[in-house]
Ligand binder design. Structure first.
Ligand SMILES: [Zn+2]
Length: 254
C-alpha cells in the first residue's frame, strides 16, 4: 500500500534571511493535526500568536532550519506566514472555502465560495528589497518648519509587528492599522527618526486619503504574497464591495 503524502514542498513569496545573509525560500509543510486544531480553541492566543503557533506546528523545515519555533516564525514576513497558512489549509482541508459577509448597503448576508487554488500571488522580484519599499506621495506631509516630505521608505510587516498592534484591533481597528504602518516606516522624507516617533500615528492622520491608500497599497496589494482581496456582490441589492480574505477563517471546517 502506498503511504499518503505527508510532506509538501512550497516556495515562500519573500523568504527568510539568516545571519549569514542567505535568503531561504524553500519550505516543507505538513497537514494540520489535532495539536494545531487545539490551538484554535486557546483563548490565551491573540490572532498573530495563533498564526505563529499554527505555522510553527506545520512547518517541517524552512531552508536548512528544522522545525522552527513560534518565536522564529514571529520574525517572518506576514506575507510568508499568510502564504504558509493558505497552503496548510489547502493540503489539510482542500481548496474550497465558503464565507459569509454582511452587505454594507442592505445588511443582507452574502455567501461566497472561493477556490483557494485560484488565488494569484506574487513573489519578491529580483531587484526588490522587502526592507526598502519606496512610495512617492502626491500631497505629502508638511512639517512644523513648512518643509514638504513626499518620499517614504517602508519595510514589509512581520509577525511581530502584527503582535504589537493586535491588542488595539478590536477597540480601534484604524489605530491598529496606522500603528502597524508606522512601525514599517523606515524613512519619511528628511524627518529625523526621533521626531517621527514623537509625531506617532498623528503624522498618518494628517495625510490625505489618497496618500494613505498609496502607503496601504504598497504594504498589501502591491506587496509580494497571495492576493487576498475579493470583489463581492450582494445578490439581494446588487451592491459591490471588497473584503480581504481573513486567514483566521481558513481553518473553520465547512
Ligand atoms: Zn445588499
Amino acid at each position: 500500500m502506498t503511504q499518503p503524502q505527508r510532506e509538501f514542498a512550497v516556495q515562500l513569496p519573500i523568504g527568510m534571511t539568516d545571519d549569514q545573509g542567505v535568503t531561504h525560500r524553500g519550505a516543507v509543510i505538513r497537514k494540520m493535526r489535532g495539536h494545531e486544531e487545539a490551538l484554535l480553541y486557546d483563548r490565551d492566543l491573540g490572532p498573530s500568536e495563533l498564526a505563529s503557533h499554527l505555522v510553527a506546528g506545520t512547518l517541517v523545515r524552512l531552508g536548512e532550519l528544522e522545525g522552527p519555533s513560534p518565536e522564529v516564525v514571529a520574525g517572518m514576513y506576514s506575507a510568508d506566514r499568510n502564504y504558509l497558512l493558505l497552503e496548510v489549509r489547502r493540503i489539510t482541508l482542500g481548496d474550497r472555502l465558503t464565507g459569509s459577509y454582511v452587505c454594507p448597503s442592505c445588511d443582507g448576508e452574502v455567501r461566497t465560495s472561493q477556490d483557494l487554488g485560484d488565488l494569484s500571488f506574487r513573489s519578491l522580484g529580483e531587484v526588490e528589497d522587502p526592507e526598502a519599499i519606496e512610495v512617492e506621495l502626491e500631497d505629502g506631509y508638511t512639517d512644523r518648519e513648512g518643509n514638504l516630505h513626499r518620499s517614504v521608505t517602508l519595510r514589509l510587516p512581520r509577525g511581530e509587528d502584527e503582535a504589537f498592534v493586535s491588542s488595539m484591533i478590536e477597540r480601534d481597528p484604524l489605530k491598529a492599522a496606522d500603528a502597524l504602518v508606522l512601525r514599517c516606516i523606515r524613512r519619511f522624507g528628511t524627518i529625523p527618526r526621533s521626531e517621527l516617533e514623537s509625531y506617532g500615528v498623528r503624522i498618518l492622520r494628517d495625510l490625505t486619503l489618497g496618500d494613505r491608500l498609496r502607503i496601504q497599497r504598497a504594504l498589501t496589494d502591491d506587496a509580494p504574497g497571495a492576493r487576498l482581496r475579493r470583489e463581492l456582490q450582494c445578490g439581494a441589492c446588487g451592491a459591490q464591495f471588497q473584503r480581504l480574505l481573513d486567514v483566521s477563517d481558513f481553518f473553520v471546517p465547512c
